[in-house]
Write a protein that binds this ligand. Sequence first.
Ligand SMILES: [Zn+2]
Length: 457
Amino acid sequence: MRKISTLLAVVLYTVTLTAQNEKIQIRNIFDQALKSDVAYNQLKWLCENTAGRICGSPEAATAVEYMRQEMLKMNLDTVYLQSCMVKNWKRGEPEKAYILSKKMGRIEVPVSALGLSIGTGNDGLGAKIVEVSSFKELELLGKNKIEGKIVFFNKPMDPILINTFSAYGGAAGLRTGGAAEAAKYGAIGVVVRSLTLASDDHPHTGVMQYQNGIKKIPAIMISTKAADLLSSYIGQENDLGFYFRTTCQTLPDVPSNNVIGEIRGSKYPDKIITIGGHLDAWDTGQGAHDDGGGCVQSIEVLRLFTELGIKPNFTIRAVMFMDEEVAQRGGQKYAELADQNQENHVMAIELDRGVLVPRAVAFSSLDQNNTNHQKIAELFKPYNINIVKGGGGVDIGPLKQYYPSIIFGDLVTDDQRYFDFHHSENDRFEQVNKRELQLGAATIASFIYLMDHLGVE
Ligand SMILES: [Zn+2]
């Protein structure tokens, strides 16, 4: 009896001590992150020296080398590049666009060519403009109302949705598929309303896709303010005209790289936890929120572990993926090579929701009855972080086909302002708050520490 109670006391003591240790370690991670300028300064350097680092550009190559050098300074177990071929789309000369009104004359409007769009040719493209808000409306107008005209897709993001990513998702199809759909009815070009809830004069960009066998026509995005103006002119004037000129083109693929650094696991070196963001960014901005921030936060996880002497049980690997924005080649390559090299991937987390206040950690295996998950929820409470079911991302998504039981994770940020910057010239370093960046890094590092420590389930 006495023996049993001694044993019980030892067990209880050990349990309390471990819980205590975890609590202290998370406090240490937060302290270290909140006192450090390292990640913030890395982001500053990236924004100032590699602005416009779309895949295939010299700026993207500079960013690759910079991140490699930063990780080499960190005393990691290994730092390497993973080569992949990427798309090479060039914007060309600054775009020009005008509303052509019989009453008001020529009114210049801010526009941005869409990624992978063809250009208009030197003379530009002028025609009558027709407004629709959906593919259904396009179909209803039919060929005789569309042929030879420019189609204006004017669908605002839905303002009543609390999750702005859902609002974005609800309207993004017009950007990606609008040109191909309009071309089916004989349109000669498309103008798409920028995907933001903000009313401003920053035109956004983003990728679009053509369909095999359907004529390729040029596509641009117009700022939200100009979209409202254009719509009001269309309402007042029959046969309103529109003109735009773009010189963008897609050149042959070029080689680029994912950048990788890792701390080898002390107990399970073969089991890998990936944490990553994408290093490429749209060419019109600095890629501060999308996604320079996710990259520097990912390597900050490794730096925090090293600084604090945390020796993970599993291998923790930071990956800066290339070409998320255009054709997702880096993410695909990463998954293919993982499979070819017979790696064992147990968890993958992607940071690509802007450098904003962290609200929650999302992961796909969350189970309210799991005592480890309950412990994580409890430990995060003092930091105002929830745990929710979710996780995943464009770059880590391809891992799923090779590792069906992989756990996906994500940092859920306060996304209300994210689309104010996303894919626009407004995505600049000045729009990033240092403390929000630090809190995000601390949160995800703590989460990885806990999953690693508790056994990843
Ligand atoms: Zn992104």
